[in-house]
Structure formats: C-alpha cells, structure tokens
Design a protein around this ligand. Sequence first.
Ligand SMILES: O=C(O)CCC(=O)C(=O)O
Length: 482
Amino acid sequence: MGINIKGEIERVNGKELSYIEFVDRYMEKNKPVVLTGLMDHWRAHTDWVTLHSQPNFQFFSTHFGASKVQVADCDTREFTDQKREEMLVSDFIARCLLEEASAVQCNNETCSSNGASVSIPYLKDWHFVKEYPEYVAYETPRFFCDDWLNLYLDNFKIHIDSDTQQPNEEICCSDYRFVYIGVKGSWTPLHADVFRSYSWSSNVCGKKRWLFLDPSQCHLIFDRNMKNCVYNIFDEVSNSKFPGFSRAIWLECTQDAGEIIFVPSGWYHQVHNLEDTISINHNWFNAYNLSWVWNLLLRDYNEAKDYIEDIKDICDDFEGLCQRNLAANTGMNFYDFFTFMSYFTVANLVLLRYINRRYGSTTGSSSTIAQHLSMNLGCLRKTASEMKHVRALEGNHNCVVDIIKAFEDPRFSKLCMHVGRTYAMVHEQSHLVSDFESSTMSDLVDFSDSKSYTSQIYTPEDLIQFIDNVVAEEEPSVLRDT
Ligand SMILES: O=C(O)CCC(=O)C(=O)O
C-alpha cells in the first residue's frame, strides 16, 4: 500500500518576500516553503554546473579533489542511517563518472548494472565553507541569516570533553553548512534534523523529491515504544510494527534547480534525487525554535538516563555520565546548550543597550532591531525558566560565563558584532551595519553604567536574574509575558 500524499509545499518568489513576511508566515509558524529567485548570482551556479545543466564533476575533481568527504552507500542501512565511508572527492567523482559511463539503470530503491548490484554513492555533509573560506560559492539568503548555531560555531566549540579538555572531534562539529552531491537515484532516509534545527536546502543543479510529515503526526511513524522510526517510507512498512504509519498524511514537493526549500523544526522528511543533483544546505536555530532544541535535549536526556538507570547506585558520577552520553548521542549536553544560551543572552543585551543608548529606545528605524533583540531575550528567558528545575544545572559550581571576561574575549566580541551586523542587514539598517563593522567591544559596552555586567552566570536562575536586571532598565516589555 502506498503512502497517503495530500498537498504540496507552497512556492513563493523570494525576491518579492520581505524578511518580516518570511518570519510571520513561515519561520514563526514552523511551516515549510519553497523560495525561488534567490540563487541566480551564486558562483556555484556558474562554476559547478555545465552548460547542459549537469553537475560539473570535472570542476570538483580539479579544484577540490583532495578533500576528504563522507560518502553514503544508499543501498546499505546502518542503524538509522545509511552506511558511510570516507573518501577523496576525486575518488567519489570517479565513481559517479563510472556509473554514468556504464549507463546504470537506477530507480529509488535498487540499482543494477549488467545484473550485478552497484551501490549508489551520495556525498553528504561536506563542510565546504569551513574548508574553502576564500572560495565564496554562495551567499546565505537573508531569510536564513539569523543563525545562532553557525555564528556560535564560527567562534566557539559546542562541546568540549571535560575529561581530556580536548575538543571531541566526533561530537564537536565545526559547523552546519554542507554541500551534498548525489547521482540520480541517491536518497536520504526519513529523519528530522539535528537538534530539531531549521534547515534550508538549495538545489544548485538537478531535481529532488521531498516528502514531509507535519510534527503533529510524527507519532505515526514510530513503533509502539516510540523508539524506532520508519527508515524508508516506500518500503513495505509492517503494520504490526508501525501501527500508525498508514494513517500518516504526507506533503510533497519536487524541488527544481534554483529553488530553496525551508524545512521547519521537527518536520520528518525523506528526500530522493530524481537527477544528478548538487545541493547546499544549512541547519540553524535562533529564538524562534530554541524551545524545540531544549525539548529535544530534555527528551534525549531522559532516554539516556533511563537506559543506564540500573547502574545508578554503583556509579560515582551518574549525572556526569548521563551528560556525557547525551553529548555523544545528541551532539551537545545541558551545559553546552546553557553556555550557548548564556553567550547569546549577553550578546543580545549588549546590542540592545547599545542601540537604545545611541538611537533612543522607542522611535526611529532602529526600533525594529531593538524589538527583535527584545523578542530574542524573551525567548531566552522563557527557555532558561524551563531549565531552572533541571537537577544537572541546579547549584552548578562551574561558572558558565563570566561577563567581564567575555567582554575581553575576542571570540565573544566577534560573535557580538556578527549578531549586530546580521540584524542590521536583515532589517535593512545599513547605517548600523557599518557601526558593527568598525566597533570594538568598548564602543558597545559602557562599563560604567551597569553593575549587572559584573555578573557571573552559573545557573539558569543567574541568567534570568541577569536578563531582568539589565532589561528592567531597557525594555520592560520583555519581562511581561514570561
Ligand atoms: O538532500 C538530501 O538528500 C537530504 C537533505 C536533508 O535531509 C536536509 O537538509 O535535512
């Protein structure tokens, strides 16, 4: 029995959509959309695509052939994902060209050549921007620039292994900006995105078929214990194992070259390359989906804890073990997320204070940015109050952020300026863009006017107190509904 597809994803000309409209209609409502008209000027569009609208494999081999990348074997399942192996881009391209030359007959599920089974390679999660920062292949559309995840990772590590004080390479990802290259027939199994982040995915060339499930229906694709999720929605899915599956209602989208799809938080999706395809995608979160990230961490923590409950009595540091397992499974733990939130709180407060002091708090064009910063602080405060009752963070004895030290830290200063520039850009306040290009931390912070800046943040209560102290002087509306 096939799946039940009812409806398509809305398509909008990105050139005719304002940032506020995108936020109101899609980001805040957590609704998917396809945006057109935003990629014409990308270098990737010219360098990576042949005149016949095919991937320019030769270009990749010549210019980026020595990069080591992850290549999925689309025919082999490994746990909840496809089996992956590391290889050079040049070797991956050679495999793609070989397949083309031997005119492999592919469909979504199987691929065979002269009767012999051939696996379909799919290059995934290539940290292209990190690896080639000088080669500017594309520009992130402004709808997706309020990206706290990548801004943070450009300056800080998300998880440091406290045993070794070394960044754990496996857990600590350098960023969430990726290039994917897949031949026709390659695909990605059903999943929801890392951290329940948003993602955007742009087709530089080729065509993808996406199937989406609204988060309100996600219970339908899990087994009775809510542990295992369907892997491939086009397989024969066992009704006894996944009793809700046949009731799931899917949305569909065929994404063409030049189109960008916005994938909201918690939407499960499966993706098939209908042609040889190159895509660029980012995962990100900000104030609008912060609670999704926190809810996932809480759920995964409870799962990690239940899993080792039977060794609790013989374990010296049970809580520490739960946090280590959480970081290993989910990519960050409570401390990592709380540290992240604390830095963004301080950055938002510094910027709000600066804008209010320099331009006045209620009038003028900069007030849109002030409102955005206030909204961010409201969301950070709300999430911090949900974290208050978590034992792992209660009475935490390690200082997460010492605010004065943060001001002296060039990484924080870079983060702050970048956040400032981002809001100035998305809200089209060019005079402020230049402010944040030329400013230093001492331009932004008037150390004499706030005792709050001497604070140290250990717990969610400290963070809430810090927000309340500074905001009470600036924007009391932030505190109103939290
Ligand atoms: O393009 C693909 O194959 C998968 C992309 C995806 O699932 C995502 O961006 O979340």
